[in-house]
Design a protein around this ligand. Sequence first.
Ligand SMILES: O=C(O)C(=O)C[C@]1(C(=O)O)C=C[C@@H](O)C=C1
Length: 276
Amino acid sequence: MKRIAIQGRVGSFHDIAAHEYFEGEQIQLICCDTFEQVFENIKRDPTVIGLVAIENTIAGSLLHNYELLRDSGATIVGEHRLHITHSICCLPEDDWTTVAEVHSHPVALMQCRQWLSNHPDLKAVEADDTAGSAEYIKNHNCLGWAAICHAHAAQLYGLKILEDHIEDNKHNFTRFLVICAPQKADFLRPVNAVNKASLVFSLPHSEGSLSKVLTILSFYDINLTKIQSLPIIGKEWEYLFYVDVTYDDLVRYRQAVDAITPLTRNIKIIGEYIEK
Ligand SMILES: O=C(O)C(=O)C[C@]1(C(=O)O)C=C[C@@H](O)C=C1
């Protein structure tokens, strides 16, 4: 049985994503309070697989997860895109007239920003995760509190749904990364079928340094699907570039990496996997 470390409780979007990604396989969840704990679990026990959200089509990138990924030494072996819908739910005896606070994961609150601004009487409170908020309300009988979570989590924790589909845009998707210890990677995806890679590097402050790298990738027919820059802490105005690329030809991809290496600093491949 595969053991999958996620941030969040049963009923969270990480739980749903893990079950969809490993559909048909027996999995056991290791529910963690923080993303740091997900990475610690993999470090402590290299047989553990992790699943972490990396970007959302409304809220943007989960920047801290990029740092955790790079610093942990874990590698990406897969990705999964999940359609996210949110419901607001409360104890069965509460209703619109008694609910005063709404608790949820900060990224979920961001995805419902418009809805929340249309309900200024509700105080938004950040919590560890969506399903965890629902569970807390149920277990502590929190009258006057509501949670934003998936309808399935509301049902799981015996809460009443006040309104469904409160996300700001119906095109609300989160991309999750499946990660593991590098020595386990080849058991989790066929290395000769990979067509996507995530790289990270920094660049010298010289004219056209990023443009040269992108030109080389284009020359080798490498498709850039995402570029994310993050500041290097302790080095003012210097950045790390996290780049996702897809390709049809593994040999040309490897040649492209060799060709950009001398133009970059501290280049690292943080995962080679199959695009989903
Ligand atoms: O709180 C949850 O249910 C989660 O799985 C966390 C999380 C996130 O980290 O982005 C996952 C997907 C959604 O974008 C909202 C929240």
